[in-house]
Design a protein around this ligand. Structure first.
Ligand SMILES: [Zn+2]
Length: 485
């Protein structure tokens, strides 16, 4: 039987503000438990919340960057539920008057453009954290401790329409959302620290059916890998149940990364279970056109626009331009290196190739590229070395471990270490003549037309020059000296 998968994502993005949503406590991650708290975020009687304007600004930024309509009248509502990590016994969130509505993001899936519609984005506060003792989960713990530092840290919840059709699409959409959040500099998108997380609503239906199947909500997805893995597990589980003639129960399921399985948490609650009502302590916020336009002017150039510009202005292949814009700093470092090129004939593609090699080195060694302050300068220097054939592009790879995260000038470094290629024709000529003399057999083979032996002879030349012979030049001279060019 052919099944169609229907997925909607609820992404929670923590905002990079100094203070919390309704008080002046620090919103920093990882501080000593219960040190960033005050009477407001711990819900002492009689306190009043005061809204952090930067949160509203950030929400408008994300709304504009994701093609949403910004609602002029905003209201905060109380979502009532009890849990030990929330001393108020309600969460301040937005209900029927959220800040952003009806947006979308485009993603590329197998070289095809897919539009993922966004239902809404709303502002809300986070809850505290339970630290279970003696076990990773509550059921195996002897007791649990409460850390209220995270209480009232500002979040944006981004709700997609149920238009995602596979686990891979869900991951790509979430990656794109993180990219935009980072470009806007409104959140760090750090999934290990919980500043970006998501819940996935998953259902399946027979292909061609209009009616949606019963959905389950999978929680605790805190890495891109687990988003994809957990959704695929849930799809398989639902298909098995339906094909065995069973029915899906609407419920919330917990994803366990260690066992790669989902387990039932509770039957799914409905919105009315939370008894939402407008928070009487917070007045509605009116966002006028002037406010929106002021924020619009502050928006940075976004990845899709930069990609187009790189393809149009620099004639870069799409693949290069997509990779260069994966993070804003790399796009900037590439462009600065090219604009400050040390030779007029250096091309954007040469610079892009070096920039990507440079960035890949950080990725494959788990180094933090955001702290690499000399990247643009070093990319420029390395490109000059390749452009002038001073070093080969493979030498670049071997230099990187010594220079990244230092302020070394690559050009000086190559000079100091004597790594420059031998491009002196006189010096190369005598080396190649020696190699021919020492290998008369292979030399004869080449002369009689066995061209694959050239590789062997090049190997000998490289050995004698400790890899520093300019390969193009050496190849040409070898052929000349053997009289076959
Ligand atoms: Zn506080």
């Amino acid at each position: 039987m052919s099944w169609e998968v229907v997925i909607g994502l609820e992404i929670h993005a923590q905002l990079k503000t100094n203070s919390k949503l309704f008080c002046h406590c620090s919103a920093a991650f990882g501080d000593t438990p219960n040190t960033n708290i005050c009477p407001v975020c711990t819900a002492m009687p009689g306190v009043l919340p005061v809204l952090n304007k930067k949160v509203v600004d950030s929400a408008i930024k994300l709304g504009l960057a994701t093609n949403c309509k910004i609602n002029s009248i905003n209201e905060f509502s109380r979502k009532n539920y009890f849990y030990p990590d929330s001393p108020k016994a309600y969460q301040i969130s937005q209900f029927d008057k959220p800040i952003c509505l009806a947006g979308y993001l485009n993603i590329m899936v197998n070289n095809e453009l897919r539009r993922i519609d966004i239902t809404r984005i709303h502002m809300e506060e986070d809850a505290g954290k339970l630290v279970h003792q003696g076990s990773d989960n509550i059921s195996g713990a002897t007791h649990s401790l409460v850390d209220l530092n995270r209480c009232s840290v500002p979040l944006l919840e981004i709700v997609s329409e149920p238009v995602i059709r596979s686990a891979t699409e869900a991951r790509l959409y979430m990656e794109k959302m993180r990219q935009i959040i980072r470009y806007l500099d409104i959140g760090d998108g750090n999934m290990e620290e919980g500043s970006l997380r998501c819940d996935a609503n998953v259902s399946i239906r027979k292909r061609g059916d209009i009616k949606l199947g019963t959905k389950t909500e999978v929680k605790n997805l805190n890495s891109f890998k687990s988003v994809e893995k957990a959704i695929n597990l849930e799809i398989d589980r639902q298909i098995d149940i339906l094909e065995d003639g069973g029915t899906i129960i609407q419920e919330t399921r917990h994803y366990n990364e260690a066992t790669a399985s989902t387990t039932s948490l509770r039957s799914k609650e409905e919105a009315h279970d939370y008894r939402y009502f407008p928070d009487p302590d917070l007045v509605p916020i009116v966002i006028d056109e002037l406010w929106i336009e002021t924020i619009r002017k502050e928006l940075p150039e976004l990845p899709e626009a930069i990609q187009k510009r790189f393809v149009n202005d620099y004639n870069l292949p799409t693949d290069h331009s997509v990779r260069l814009t994966s993070i804003k700093k790399l796009a900037e470092d590439f462009e600065n290196a090219y604009k400050n090129r040390k030779n007029e004939n250096i091309t954007p593609l040469e610079t892009a190739n070096v920039a990507l090699k440079y960035y890949d080195y950080f990725l494959s060694n788990n180094l933090d590229f955001s702290k690499s302050n000399h990247a643009s300068f070093q990319i420029g220097g390395l490109t000059f070395l390749v452009n002038t054939s001073t070093v080969s592009s493979s030498t670049i790879t071997s230099i990187l471990p010594d220079i990244v995260n230092t302020n070394y000038d690559p050009i000086e470094y190559v000079k100091e270490k004597g790594l420059a290629q031998v491009s002196d024709t006189g010096e190369l000529k005598s080396i190649i003549q020696d190699v021919i003399k020492e290998n008369p057999g292979p030399a004869e083979e080449i002369k009689s037309g066995k061209m694959q032996t050239i590789g062997f002879m090049m190997g000998q030349i490289m050995q004698k020059t400790k890899g520093k012979a300019n390969p193009g030049l050496a190849n040409k001279m070898l052929k000349e000296l053997l009289g076959i060019s």
